[in-house]
Write a protein that binds this ligand. Sequence first.
Ligand code: ATP
Ligand code: MG
Length: 562
Amino acid sequence: MNKQEERPSLNFLEAIIEEDINNGKNGGVVHTRFPPEPNGYLHIGHAKSICLNFGLAEKYGGKTNLRFDDTNPVTESTEYINAIKDDVRWLGFDWEDREFYASDYFDQLYEWAVKLIKEGKAYVDDSPVEDIRRMRGTPTQPGEESPYRNRSVEENLKLFEGMKNGDFDEGSRVLRAKIDMTSTNMQLRDPVMYRILQKEHHRTGDKWKIYPNYDWAHGQSDALESITHSMCTLEFEIHRPLYNWFLDQIGDFDPRPRQIEFARLNLSYTVMSKRKLLELVNGEYVNGWDDPRMPTILGLRRRGYTPESIRNFAERVGVAKRDNVIDLSLLEFCIREDLNKRAPRVMGVLAPVKLIITNYPEGQTEELEVENNPEDPESGNRIVPFSRELYIERDDFMEEPPKKFFRLGPGREVRLKGAYIVQCEDFKKNEETGEIEEIYCTYDPQTKSGEDTSGKKVKGTMHWVSAEHAQKVEVRIYDRLFSDPDPAGHKEKDFKEFLNPDSLQIIKDAYVEPSLKEAKHLEHFQFMRKGYYSLDPDSTAEHLIFNQTVTLRDTWAKINKK
Ligand code: ATP
Ligand code: MG
């Protein structure tokens, strides 16, 4: 075995970090940050970034800061801040006492801006926004210098202070860095550093009338927090020279933060931009940010996803340098794998039809012992009541079954899970609707599970619940929110046109075994042969509601191939 084979290969971020450590850069320290803007709830893409930032720091004995990038009071709020903190904690990460806000640095940023003005590296521009945009040029044409570009330092200082004090209207002036209007990198064509916003900030109140732009806040915040590796998504690659230019102007930092870009997570059948998610919420296309169909952490959590499954997903997706799309079924695979290990098996009938065992004594109940989880030897057994009248799944019976149908049909035998072998003798059908109303069977007392002396073999095992003991519940079944793999990728059409009209199916009269009366919020169960379910937070003792987290198998892959 050669050296490279002995250890798992590094992803490119790990390779960069290890190289820095080996070169003794930043004293070998790794310090990352997760920098959400508190203008919406976190989604699975953010989870990827969280796992990456916290995961890398953990791996290399470093730390991670939680930093709210709160530079836009118009769209940000405390509600979002609290929700983001909950989500990060729920995912299993701890920023300890390192909770920071870009707004903590507004004073410092202002001072640094004044320094830039004094050095002739920033100026106040009175041009209307449209002019500034037009004069930036295009990727193939250089920009034009603003007529205000060569204002004196004194005039700039005075105007900038006026901007800060609220002397001018919103949109009337900006502060721009004076870099190079002919640069091939458009980000360096005198980027805006501050704009006037006469808005209350959720943390600084009405102290500020000007707010820094992302580029003038992010790298500086990184430097102030001694961040070593500042990971961001690919669209910021072209901002990197500006990130470095700003740092170069304000001083020597040790550690000196380094921006590194990776490909954002894109998921098929999903939209991920906060703006679009907000549109779904505000337009009531979904029932809020925590709707189990949403790709938000809150939604996934309510759907029954576990933090482990999401961390595992992030790990499997890995990091890429180029944009790609991950199939939603990988996320489903990860939750299935996790719940298979941990979710107790129970019986629940979603589309019930009565099965009556005609030779079973009326009024008799047996308490059968059924194992909770064959995957988990520690999980023990539970008691499931059995009686003469049961519910089984409607589609487990066919009047004229084909040969390969190993479930119930006239004359056929099946095993009822954990109970007996029954044989179908007859059935009752509603002649008008054609609906099967009751199925009549006989059971063989010698075939009791675990004590079977009959020597009989049957091909099918079915789940059931005792009609008298069963608990009626509501079950919500979810399908993909969009019916198109790339809903936001159609230029001519709004992504909402691709909403899947059947993404939510509500079953009002499902029946589950009585042990589920004790289920707790967000506890996970496998309904045998059906899928994984968890109790919805809106559930009450009188009205139990289960969400389907995921089916047992990837049925979607098959449907798609048809
Ligand atoms: P969106 O584009 O969804 O509105 P955003 O980038 O504006 O998200 P921020 O709150 O600024 O959201 O993001 C916080 C961090 O999460 C940033 O470092 C950002 O790069 C990262 N991030 C956001 N979306 C993704 C994604 N899809 N994949 C990986 N990282 C992401
Ligand atoms: Mg952003």
